[in-house]
Design a protein around this ligand. Structure first.
Ligand code: FAD
Ligand code: SF4
Length: 530
């Protein structure tokens, strides 16, 4: 049901009254929190807020229609809410004819118009913009208080460690923030219930999937969807089913829905996948969190309270909290510790282009078709779809990790570089050589068969490595082990998989290599299967 709301009425930069601004708060699209450090001491009588929509943020960093729409409508709602409260807000719209279409260009225009005494911004979520703002020298960059681990705390954690691993970081975070603890010990007697989080659905499929949370679309969102469809028509993705929380109130409502109806089943089926069920028992809160509509601790406490009140099992609640208190903070720490060279890492020397079907979903491989299809339709796939379907395939194929990174950054509504890059280049592509993950996440099509029903509707056979019905994941898995045998043999966690190569005789190895080469030469699809 569409909520009633007037269309966007915040003044554009060109119409803004000139001068008289004491502090100008420059709010980026992933910083929509009026309790951010830049708002400390904010005085509506003297200070102003500036937001800018620019084409470069959708083109320099290629961005799908759902992702761009998510940012723009959330920004407009945020600006409108401040404006309604009497805050002086200036806003550069994408369709403003004076728009320079670069964030620094728009900031220059805002400074020229408003003549602020000082300009303030929260640290951007990507290195490129952080660097650009710092280089200018006229913007005070404030720490991003949204996060639960500061750069200094992460540096202290990393100091003296040869390897960074989530598990140790996560325990520290539980202790520091007193989450799921009883007298300093983990609730339930163990820190991690990961072993309980890997269930699949069996033949009957998922049962009682709760209805998806929905806010409908108000006039501001409808305007943005029309704008994006009009001005970014050539960008991938579809807006017909756009239905994300785009205000803080909506995000809190989505959180409440998740905790009440979905969280109890989150844990057991965290890794499972099913055709036609894009959400299953996932929270869909990542975009709201990354745009700062929600604060991580309020999400964590809501889940913890559900367990304490007996409304959700500990394995689900711990599994969910681990993602936010653990993984989310951990990947951010990795990003800022290893940038800017992190994005250029390519430990496996992968150089293939990303198959063209990643932008269309037009592939005979049922698993990829389903996961890419829902990604383009909704701007969403859950973690195992991202890691073990759309991520696994380019890893096995040998795609340049930077090309994979650019796809992930473009297509998901929650994509911001600090979180996307370590997950893609590190966890999924092993491009960082083991900083994020202790071994490459590689598997044959049989893993996908176990965790989903995709293979039942596919022309390929997940247990077959060569021949016309061979599953490309399975062919490429064995080819991956053959190509990287020497490197992988040095990793004790890969020992079993590498040992299994010994079972393959020379003709089988040749047949695998030939089949894999044919897939590579045919843009990632087995010849004759398209
Ligand atoms: P849930 O399954 O309900 O999990 C709850 C929350 O935990 C998420 O909302 C998210 O905030 C956090 N979370 C879970 N896993 C991770 C993780 N590995 N790293 C950081 N936070 C996590 N997440 C993003 O927010 N933005 C991205 O651009 C992004 N790119 C990814 C790329 C790849 C290749 C992979 C493997 C994972 C990526 N993730 C990314 C992590 C994860 O897949 C998404 O956070 C999750 O699927 C979002 O759906 P959800 O909100 O329903 O999550
Ligand atoms: Fe995917 Fe292979 Fe299963 Fe087909 S058989 S759905 S390609 S894993």
């Amino acid at each position: 049901m569409a909520a009633e709301r007037p269309a966007f009425t915040v003044p554009g930069l060109t119409d803004a009254p000139r001068g008289n601004v004491r502090r100008l708060v420059f709010v980026l699209g992933d910083q929509l929190d009026d309790e951010a450090a830049t708002f400390d001491g904010f005085d509506p009588a003297q200070d102003a807020v500036f937001l800018a929509e620019v084409r470069a943020e959708s083109t320099v960093v290629w961005s799908s229609k759902p992702r761009t729409a998510m940012f723009l409508t959330a920004m407009r709602h945020f600006a409108q809410a401040l404006h309604d409260r009497g805050v002086r807000v200036c806003y550069s719209r994408l369709d403003d004819s004076s728009n320079t279409h670069s964030l620094t260009g728009e900031l220059d225009r805002a400074i020229a118009r408003l003549k602020p005494g000082s300009v303030h911004a929260v640290q951007p979520g990507d290195w490129r913009l952080d660097h650009a703002l710092r280089e200018r020298g006229d913007v005070s960059i404030h720490e991003d208080r949204h996060f639960l681990c500061s750069h200094a705390q992460f540096a202290a954690h990393a100091k003296g460690r040869k390897q960074l691993r989530l598990e140790f970081f996560y325990r520290e975070m539980r202790e520091r923030h007193d989450v799921l603890l009883a007298n300093g010990e983990p609730e339930g007697g163990q820190w991690n219930f990961d072993a309980d989080n890997r269930g699949s659905f069996g033949k009957t499929g998922p049962q009682d999937v709760p209805p998806a949370w929905s806010a409908g679309r108000d006039a501001i969102t409808e305007d943005v969807l029309a704008l994006v469809n009009g001005t970014l028509a050539e960008h991938p993705g579809d807006l017909a089913s756009f239905d994300w929380p785009v205000t803080r109130d909506q995000a809190r409502s989505a959180l409440g829905h998740f905790v009440t109806h979905v969280l109890p089943r989150f844990g057991a089926y965290q890794d499972a996948m099913w055709t036609g069920e894009p959400w299953l028992y996932h929270s869909r809160l990542s975009a709201a969190l990354n745009l700062k509509l929600l604060r991580p601790m309020e999400v964590i406490r809501a889940a913890e309270t559900a367990w304490r009140k007996g409304r959700a099992p500990l394995a689900s609640v711990e599994g969910f909290i681990r993602q936010i208190l653990g993984w989310r903070e951990y990947v951010r720490g990795i990003y800022w510790r290893f940038m800017p060279d992190y994005v250029t890492r390519n430990a496996l020397g992968a150089s293939q282009p990303l198959p063209a079907f990643y932008w269309t979903g037009d592939t005979p491989m049922a698993c990829l078709k389903a996961c890419i299809g829902q990604t383009l339709e909704h701007g969403y796939a859950h973690h195992i779809q991202r890691l073990m379907v759309t991520g696994l395939y380019p890893l096995l194929l040998g795609v340049d990790p930077k090309a994979v990174h650019e796809w992930y950054l473009a297509v998901y509504v929650d994509a911001v570089e600090w979180v996307e890059l370590p997950n893609t280049l590190g966890m999924s592509q092993y491009g960082d050589g083991g900083v994020m993950a202790s071994k490459p996440y590689v598997a044959t099509g049989k893993y996908i068969q176990r965790m989903s029903n995709y293979c039942a509707g596919c022309r390929f056979k997940p247990d077959t490595m060569t021949g016309p019905r061979a599953c490309p994941f399975t062919t490429l898995y064995w080819d991956f082990l053959l190509r990287h045998e020497t490197l992988l043999a040095r990793n004790p966690r890969m020992a079993l998989q590498v040992r299994n190569l010994g079972r393959l005789d020379a003709p089988t190895r040749d047949a695998i290599r030939t089949a894999a080469e044919a897939i590579r030469a045919n843009d990632g699809t087995p010849p004759g299967a398209a």
